[in-house]
Design a protein around this ligand. Structure first.
Ligand SMILES: Cc1cc2nc3c(=O)[nH]c(=O)nc-3n(C[C@H](O)[C@H](O)[C@H](O)COP(=O)(O)OP(=O)(O)OC[C@H]3O[C@@H](n4cnc5c(N)ncnc54)[C@H](O)[C@@H]3O)c2cc1C
Length: 392
């Protein structure tokens, strides 16, 4: 619970240079870099910090093209995804130093990721994906059956081979965004929780935000509101087709060291990893349901399927007691690439959001959003991520 939200109840007629809307990983990283550069920044979050996707995800640090979209959309899509893949690639080594920079143990470990194939056909699909990834400069390699057993002896002997992506790993997503927010505060950012931004009005030289706790005027605005970006797009007359898909993740009791890698499966959805605590985190994008009121709720059939796949790939998982399953709403875009950039029709506005794997990319995306607001060179071509690229 953030005490600031209890202390300052009213934002009436607040004025500041830059407002960041959204206290997930993207907004907290953005606020951190803005505050560090000396900007007058106010972060507004509807709930508490890190309570939506950024605090409900599985903590995977991804570095490879995800197998399922590759299967559905093929090489041409994968080649188009390479600029987004480069954001993930650049974020991975940054995570290693963030604990020291922010003064919080983020439980980062990067011992690699293993995509497991059960059949020869699946291995051939992986081989096609590896070819695109290697052409993009990723240090991935194909594993035959014997090499897979050597690298990952905990994987079922039935498995035919796989792919090793040495850069992948995990982070404790419960601590990452709050650590950025705390550091942002230390650098002078004001972080307000329990503030719902209800309307955005364009004003000469900036914006007026109508919130549940008063109005705020600002010169520039960073929208890092995750799945709510679609609604903000409607307010501003910009098409931001961000999808919101409820998915679930499970955690087991703590067990002896079993799985050092981030494990995926080429046959069905799976991510499996072992947190620093020893708990196994089991997910991979298995869908949750929505109840009649539209609230995301657990889908028991999805849970059973997810556990079946985990045990098929890593049989020892069957010995661990399941403790809890939760639901989060994942953010997507039609082409699976991020939205990062200014919106020409709304001067002063910068949008930041990385779909599906936005925890991994968060340190790079938030930094890029801050760079744009500060008129610093982001050091990379952001045109593939133009937020208005879906405008009809
Ligand atoms: C179950 C699940 C598992 C996942 N696993 C992984 C993984 O292992 N690795 C990985 O890299 N990614 C994973 N992801 C994706 C990742 O979590 C997201 O891409 C990322 O967290 C998005 O961060 P964000 O800051 O852009 O959005 P969010 O974390 O959703 O933050 C946006 C914030 O904006 C606030 N907000 C919205 N509208 C308003 C408003 N009007 N006023 C005020 N505040 C507002 C929201 O309350 C929210 O806190 C997973 C996602 C889910 C759901």
């Amino acid at each position: 619970m953030q005490t600031s939200s209890l202390v300052s109840r009213d934002l009436a007629s607040r004025r500041c240079e830059i407002v960041v809307v959204g206290g997930g990983i993207t907004g907290c990283v953005t606020a951190y870099h803005l505050a560090r550069a000396g900007a007058d920044v106010l972060l507004l979050e509807r709930h508490d910090l890190n309570t939506q996707a950024s605090g409900r995800n599985a903590g995977s640090l991804h570095g490879q093209i995800q197998h399922e979209p590759f299967l559905h959309q093929g090489e041409a899509w994968a080649r188009g995804f390479v600029p987004a893949l480069e954001l993930m690639r650049d974020a991975l080594p940054l995570w290693d130093g963030l604990g020291a920079e922010l003064g919080v143990d983020l439980e980062v470990s990067r011992r690699g990721g293993v995509l497991v194939a059960e059949t020869g056909d699946q291995l051939r699909d992986i081989e096609r994906k590896v070819a695109v990834e290697r052409a993009a400069g990723l240090p991935v390699r194909l594993l035959d059956r014997a090499e897979l057993q050597e690298v990952a002896p905990y994987v079922s002997g039935r498995m035919a081979g796989g792919e090793l992506c040495p850069d992948e790993g995990k982070v404790n997503s419960l601590v990452a965004a709050p650590a950025f927010a705390a550091a942002a505060r230390r650098h002078g950012a004001v972080v307000e929780t329990g503030v719902d931004v209800l309307d955005v009005q364009r004003r000469p030289g900036g914006f007026r935000l109508v919130t549940s706790r008063g109005t705020v005027d600002c010169t520039q605005l960073a929208l890092t509101a995750g799945t709510d970006l679609a609604a903000f797009g409607e307010l501003l007359g910009v098409r931001l087709p961000v999808t919101a898909e409820p998915v679930q993740v499970s955690v087991t009791e703590r067990v002896e060291p079993l799985v050092p890698h981030l494990v995926y499966f080429a046959g069905e959805k799976l991510t499996l990893k072992q947190a620093g605590s020893g708990a196994l985190l089991i997910g991979g994008g298995w869908p949750a349901r929505r109840d009649r009121a539209g609230n995301p709720v657990l889908d028991p059939a999805s849970l059973r399927a997810n556990l079946r796949v985990a045990v098929t790939v890593v049989p020892a998982v069957a010995r661990a007691q399941l403790l809890r399953t939760w639901v989060g709403v994942g953010n997507g875009t039609p082409d699976q690439s991020p939205l990062i950039g200014r919106v020409p029709s709304a001067p002063g506005l910068v949008v930041g959001m990385f779909p599906y794997m936005g925890l991994t990319a968060g340190p790079v995306v938030g930094r890029a959003v801050a760079d744009l607001l500060l008129e610093r060179d982001p050091g990379r071509d952001l045109t593939p991520f133009r937020p208005d690229r879906f405008a009809t």
